[in-house]
Design a protein around this ligand. Structure first.
Ligand code: MN
Length: 195
């Protein structure tokens, strides 16, 4: 989608710098970090699941590349709500959709410094909310919170500073207007079926 596709919630200039500079750098640096290694022929998910053995460059660049890919794909201006099945699962796990939203917002707000907020499906196939520092994610074997990522929010300052400055909470509120629930639901179905 175009850089201005998520206006006014995320401004075009932020999107342009975020995608064209930050994300591209993660991708280029990941390619360089795995050049000439067996990782070149591996799926990114498999690399991340064994990232503790692969060094900090792969952890940071690989996480940065993968997290941003998830993030762009779970954003859309034509946001509907979650599917009935996912909505019921959220209500069952968290008590209500609003309670889930509150927990996710808290995870995003209280992540000190840079990182990501997550909705993920844990190994017991139960929905969970948490956050990770820097470019870590819930696929990584070294992460204390593990599972299949379903929805993510970038809370690095570069994701919101131009428009929201220090007001991270306003950026988090705006996020709820641009969630691509179709994509979140697709990930949920895939994670449930264990593929
Ligand atoms: Mn970012």
């Amino acid at each position: 989608y175009a850089y201005d596709a998520l206006e006014p919630y995320i401004d075009a200039r932020t999107m342009e710098i975020h995608y064209d500079k930050h994300h591209r750098a993660y991708f280029t640096n990941l390619v360089n970090a795995i050049k000439g290694t067996p990782m070149e022929s591996m799926e990114i998910e498999e690399i991340l699941k064994t990232v503790s053995t692969r060094g900090d460059a792969v952890r940071n660049k690989g996480g940065g590349y993968y997290n941003h890919m998830l993030f762009w794909n779970n954003l859309s201006k034509s946001s509907q709500g979650p599917s009935e099945q996912l909505k019921m699962a959220l209500e069952k796990t968290f008590g209500s959709f609003d309670k889930f939203k509150e927990l996710f917002n808290n995870a995003a707000k209280t992540r000190f410094g840079s990182g990501w907020a997550w909705l993920y499906l844990n190994s017991e196939k139960v929905l969970a909310v948490s956050s990770t520092p820097n470019q870590d994610n819930t696929l990584m074997d070294l992460s204390p919170v593990k599972g299949t990522p379903l929805l993510t929010l970038d809370v690095w300052e570069h994701a919101y500073y131009l428009k929201y400055q220090n007001k991270r909470a306003e950026y988090i509120d705006a996020f709820w207007s641009i969630i691509n629930w179709e994509e979140v639901d697709r990930r949920y179905q895939t994670a449930l079926s264990g593929i």
